[in-house]
Design a binder for this molecule. Structure first.
Ligand SMILES: [Zn+2]
Length: 161
């Protein structure tokens, strides 16, 4: 956010991430990614169709949007939030690097999203506990139930009346 044009940077980084791949980041796919980035909060595939139409005057079919989202998911540019059935754009300079695993915190009141890098060791420990129980973890993505700073101060003020 320190940059004047983070969106352009992110688009460039997204292109880099897909460079050399068999399937390219086509302009259409980049539009889908950009629309999701600009939204700044999770969108369903159908909401995203509307966003793309609004920003780029392009009408996408549900089949094509699902295919593009699948591609973007494979490239780690988009993540599907299973509990909400919605998609969120991953910023290429987010905290996914190093020894951290990217997680999303989503406010259940207002939908605000925050990317958070969780230390990989925590997840390994969690996985070990689950392994010991005899169950196998099929997905390391946590979807934690959260309330953002704004909403929690709001709620505190309400109950204080
Ligand atoms: Zn909130």
């Amino acid at each position: 956010m320190q940059n004047n044009h983070p969106l352009t940077n992110w688009q460039a980084k997204a292109r880099q991430m897909c460079a050399g791949a068999e399937v390219e980041l086509t302009p259409k796919r980049l539009e889908v990614y950009t629309a999701l980035l600009q939204a700044g909060h999770p969108l369903s595939a159908y909401e995203l169709i509307d966003e793309v139409k609004h920003h780029f005057e392009r009408q996408l079919t549900p089949i094509s949007i699902y295919r593009m989202l699948e591609f973007l998911e494979q490239k780690h540019l988009v993540r599907k939030l299973k509990s909400a059935g919605k998609y969120i754009a991953i910023t290429p300079n987010g905290p996914s690097a190093n020894q951290q695993v990217l997680q999303f915190l989503i406010c259940r009141e207002c939908g605000e999203v925050k990317e958070l890098g969780i230390d990989q060791r925590i997840l390994v420990e969690l996985k070990t506990c689950i392994d010991l129980s005899g169950f196998r973890l099929s997905n390391l993505e946590l979807e934690l139930d959260c309330v953002c700073t704004n909403c929690s101060t709001h709620t505190d003020a309400d109950t204080g009346k």
